[in-house]
Design a protein around this ligand. Structure first.
Ligand code: CO8
Length: 261
């Protein structure tokens, strides 16, 4: 594997801990980070000595604050759909991994960050975690599976409220919505809980573990077209003036002025 620049990967007692390490950008997912995640998850998939994965973000402020908006601002209608599909493929690979992946969410999990957490099998949060799909504030919609996975997890009504307002929810509310399994006091307690769960699973029969994940994923197979709809719509939004306005406004640290064009 080439030298990783955006991830820290540690292995202990058959568990792999993957830390997204771009603290100065609140661990936002730029293209290089997505590529490194793809490479690392391919290796985790192949490595029979790894029995579970924890994915988390560096620092105390963010799990992942979304796709990197400075890169996103360059996306156009021409490549918007394929960019969304690239992220969707990675997140699907995580969801389909035959060993459990726990998202340990230590702060903001927004946009692509919330989508990454939702692609994991189990979510555990520290009490400072905040969840949201704020893409609407940029004039776009989620592109990494958020419209599908959020709806599955919290139901249509709440998903539409969160997607249309871009509002964030705190850890305790996220637990009530079944977006997370546990809320722990701080990062250390959150990591302990994740490792405790994976410590139990790693003693189980690996084939049965993989097939349980497979079978539970199969509950949602009928939703597969929804991902395509999402990627197509994401591409269309990338061709609008409102998208240019939304991303520029974020970069210039001002409120966007959307015009519906
Ligand atoms: N991308 C790039 N940089 C970011 C991002 C991001 N998503 N989030 C934060 N940063 C940077 C800020 O620009 C800032 O950098 P600098 O110090 O150089 O100015 C630094 O991180 C710290 O951020 P703030 O100063 O803004 O910190 P605050 O505590 O004031 O606010 C927030 C924290 C509320 C998390 C705020 O940073 C924020 O709103 N971030 C953006 C959240 C967001 O909109 N996420 C969704 C992005 S879109 C997306 O995820 C789409 C996914 C699908 C993509 C499909 C194909 C490409």
């Amino acid at each position: 594997m080439e030298q990783l620049k955006n991830l820290i990967v540690e292995k202990k007692d058959e568990i792999c801990i993957v830390t997204i390490n771009r603290e100065s950008a609140l661990n936002a997912l730029n293209d290089a980070t997505l590529n490194e995640l793809s490479e690392v998850f391919e290796q985790i998939d192949d490595d029979k000595t790894i029995k579970g994965v924890v994915i988390t973000g560096a620092g105390d402020k963010a799990f992942v604050a979304g796709a990197d908006i400075k890169e996103l601002a360059q996306v156009t209608e021409v490549n918007g759909r394929s960019m969304a599909e690239k992220g969707q493929e990675l997140f699907e690979r995580i969801e389909r991994l035959s060993k459990p992946v726990i998202a340990a969410i230590n702060g903001f999990a927004l946009g692509g960050g919330c989508e990454l957490a939702m692609a994991c099998h189990i979510r555990i949060a520290s009490k400072s975690a905040q969840f949201g799909q704020p893409e609407i504030n940029l004039g776009i919609l989620p592109g990494y599976g958020g419209t599908q996975r959020l709806t599955r997890l919290v139901g249509k009504g709440k998903a539409l409220e969160l997607l249309l307002t871009g509002d964030m929810v705190g850890a305790e509310d996220a637990k009530k919505l079944r977006l997370v399994n546990y809320v722990l006091e701080d990062r250390a307690a959150m990591m302990d809980k994740a490792l405790e769960i994976l410590g139990k699973v790693r003693q189980k029969a690996p084939i049965a573990v993989g097939l349980i994940i497979d079978s539970v994923n199969a509950v949602h197979t009928s939703g597969e077209n929804g991902f395509q709809t999402e990627a197509n719509s994401f591409g269309r939004c990338c061709g609008t003036q409102d998208f240019i306005e939304g991303t520029q406004a974020f970069i210039e640290k001002r409120k966007p002025n959307f015009k519906g064009e």
